[in-house]
Design a protein around this ligand. Structure first.
Ligand SMILES: [Zn+2]
Ligand SMILES: [Zn+2]
Length: 83
């Protein structure tokens, strides 16, 4: 058994709304695909997590989400599922 991210695998779609304009947020994919774990650009602190590897420890997948309408973007920790 292993944990997989259902969002990365297209099993379920992101279901969040933009806090600025109310449009559905677009899932930009796993954050690691953009920057890697050591990138200075990562925004893990925004999630109020205490270490740099919450996705490994808590079985969460860190995704970049954004609003195609107003340009809002956010980092979201999504729950992985046990298969
Ligand atoms: Zn994912
Ligand atoms: Zn928006």
């Amino acid at each position: 058994m292993s944990y997989i991210c259902p969002y990365c695998n297209g099993m379920i779609a992101l279901n969040s709304l933009c806090p600025q304009c109310g449009e559905p947020l677009t899932d930009g994919g796993r954050l690691d695909d953009y920057s890697g774990p050591y990138s200075p650009y990562r925004q893990i602190d925004d999630l109020k997590l205490t270490n740099g590897y919450p996705d490994l420890a808590r079985h969460q997948c860190i995704h970049q989400t954004f609003c195609g309408k107003c340009g809002y973007s956010a980092i979201t920790a999504l729950e992985e599922r046990l298969t």
